[in-house]
Write a protein that binds this ligand. Structure first.
Ligand code: AMP
Ligand code: MN
Ligand code: MN
Ligand code: MN
Length: 272
């Protein structure tokens, strides 16, 4: 079974349309897929005729905040028409628009004019920092997205605005209200000390979080073993996903993820 419970379409910062993503999932032999766009469910309104061989699990990746740091929480198997979720997504969209304006203002102070208009040219739907990165590349300010995040958009830089995101408790509650399972996304990507990471997982669990990603994209086996240990220690369910954004990123290829360690209790047991 190939199971990929974390990926993006061009409804957020991915490159493919929802239908192109589904086609690619079929081509790769994916059995169970969740499209988890950043703060939007729009992909689910844009998928036409999902083939019966593909079990599509409704999902989302919510932006939230914990101790002044941006944290991503994936919601799986949610009810797409749930009122609390629909209004949460509306709120998140407004935050994104306001945040984009602020990012643009701040970049303007560094001498980069009209960045909002520039970034919007790359956004098909929901706007995010990767669209600003594309604009900064297009005007020759940076060579690639990595440099854009390192200099202007990443943690601690001018374009890193996360003050308006809800706290993790709120994000977890939205997911639970929609009948879904809250999953702490890519725990190893936050570059936290061990102590801080265990405090985050503990707070996440207290908030009602039920799972964490033990496998995120192509990661080294020692990281997987370590995350599996943390997952068992906190008695959480385990999830796995590529965090696929675009076909040219080899370390996050759709459906190409290693199996969960046998010690893990898979999150899909909750709905399979
Ligand atoms: P946002 O949703 O606007 O907060 O932007 C976060 C997104 O930026 C992540 O989901 C990644 O897709 C992307 N991202 C984060 N860091 C980097 C980086 N160093 N290089 C390229 N893309 C990045
Ligand atoms: Mn992204
Ligand atoms: Mn993420
Ligand atoms: Mn993601």
């Amino acid at each position: 079974m190939i199971i990929d419970l974390h990926c993006h379409t061009n409804m957020s910062d991915g490159a493919l349309t929802p239908n192109e993503l589904i086609d690619l999932a079929i081509e790769r032999g994916v059995d169970m897929l969740s499209i988890t766009d950043h703060d939007t469910l729009d992909a689910y309104a844009h998928t036409t005729a999902v083939p019966s061989g593909l079990n599509l699990i409704p999902g989302i990746e919510l932006s939230s905040r914990w101790r002044k740091q941006g944290i991503h929480i994936v919601g799986l198997n949610i009810d797409l028409s749930n009122e609390a979720m629909v209004s949460a997504v509306n709120q998140q969209s407004k935050v994104r628009e306001q945040r984009a304006q602020e990012i643009s203002n701040r970049l303007g102070r560094l001498g980069f004019d009209n960045c909002l208009e520039g970034a919007q040219r790359f956004a098909h739907n929901q706007i995010g920092r990767p669209h600003f990165a594309e604009h900064l590349i297009a005007i020759g300010a940076v060579k690639n997205a990595n440099e854009a995040f390192k200099k202007y958009l990443g943690a601690g830089k001018v374009g890193d605005i996360k003050e308006h995101w809800p706290d993790i408790d709120t994000a977890v509650q939205w997911i639970r209200q929609a009948g879904g399972v809250a999953v702490l996304a890519h725990p190893s990507k936050y570059k936290m000390t061990r102590t801080k990471l265990t405090e985050l997982i503990s707070d996440f669990k207290d908030a009602g979080g039920e799972a964490m990603e033990v496998v995120s994209g192509l990661q080294i086996p020692s990281v997987t073993r370590d995350l599996a240990k943390l997952c068992s220690q906190f008695d959480l369910l385990a999830s796995c996903g590529s965090d696929f954004h675009s076909p040219d990123k080899k370390w996050a290829a759709l459906g190409l993820i290693s199996n969960l360690p046998e010690t893990c209790n898979p999150v899909w047991d909750r709905w399979s």
